[in-house]
Design a protein around this ligand. Structure first.
Ligand SMILES: C[S@@+](CC[C@H](N)C(=O)[O-])C[C@H]1O[C@@H](n2cnc3c(N)ncnc32)[C@H](O)[C@@H]1O
Length: 280
């Protein structure tokens, strides 16, 4: 009888089998470190240890969920964003690396010391909470139409210590009717209804409300851009994430709304991912 049959598979064998099932070694590692609450260093140091049978069966269930398409972030319940761990589940969009570009751009803006900032469509709260923590003097408010998403944002706010963050329920500017801001930031839904990507990969598991915005994907962006000038202080900025092929359309909307200094910022691949404009 082999050692594996006597005592269960070793961690190394378990990982090799899972990596082959998922065609992805990194995901196999992430799922096992999540289950064992250890880091990858510990796993490699204990590679030849036999895996307890209860761990093996729990791990097999996680691997099968991933093999069925469920996003790793929903299985582990977390995703890293701007160096911090955010809770994420089916109530919210999984924070994306491209959204870090939006945050970087926001942090580069020349804003008042105690700038008033609004995040529209906050989801997990990743943008608003990061801005709160990176700029403790900013007064950040965040809106979402989804009460379920706001529950996740509230937990992230509490876990990450962004005590000053104001979370508001409602659509777009409705919860902040009479208020003005030095910065309005948003990663709104911007996928066109019927887009083929909606039926592929992780996106299949994410809330429709977080993804889809009309026939061309620009419905929410149009509304935000048209209403933003009435909620911006003089010199205030509107900064929006959008689809990889929407930059020119978004810049036109920003100009038509009377904003100045209109431009876009590109990711490392040179793709324009976010656009901005400034109130006069
Ligand atoms: C693309 S997700 C972005 C989530 C998060 N800000 C991020 O970057 O990961 C868009 C968010 O907008 C919210 N949303 C959709 N329509 C909205 C509306 N009319 N008013 C406010 N929020 C809305 C969704 O519930 C979702 O949380």
């Amino acid at each position: 009888m082999s050692r594996d049959q006597e005592t269960g598979r070793t961690f190394k064998k378990l990982l090799t089998d899972a990596a082959s099932r998922l065609s992805n070694r990194l995901e196999a590692d992430i799922l096992l470190t999540h289950l064992l609450r250890c880091d990858r260093g510990w796993l490699y140091a204990h590679a030849t240890d036999p895996c307890p049978p209860e761990v093996e069966s729990a791990y097999t269930r996680l691997v099968e969920r991933r093999a069925a398409g469920e996003p790793v972030a929903y299985i582990t319940g977390t995703r890293e964003f701007f160096g911090r761990e955010f809770l994420a589940d089916r109530r919210v969009l999984i924070p994306r690396p491209e959204t870090e570009l939006l945050v970087e751009r926001a942090l580069e803006l020349d804003l008042p010391e105690c700038a008033r900032v609004l995040d529209i469509g906050t989801g997990s709260g990743c943008i608003a909470i990061t801005l709160c923590l990176e700029r403790p003097h900013w007064q950040v408010s965040a809106v979402d139409r989804s009460e379920l998403a706001l529950q996740v944002a509230a937990r992230n706010r509490d876990c990450l210590g962004a005590r000053s963050l104001e979370l508001l329920h409602g659509s777009l500017f409705e919860p902040v009717k009479e208020r003005r801001f030095d910065l309005i930031v948003s990663n709104p839904p911007y996928v066109a209804a019927g887009d083929e990507h909606l039926s592929k990969g992780d996106v299949r598991f994410e809330p429709d409300l977080a993804l889809v915005a009309g026939t061309d994907g620009l419905d929410l962006i149009r509304q935000i851009v048209s209403e933003a000038p009435g909620h911006l202080e003089s010199g205030g900025w509107l900064l929006l994430e959008h689809g990889h092929d929407q930059a020119a359309a978004v810049r036109s909307l920003l100009i038509a709304a009377g904003l100045g200094g209109v431009g876009s910022c590109s990711d490392l691949a040179g793709i324009e991912r976010a656009s901005f404009g400034q109130a006069s």
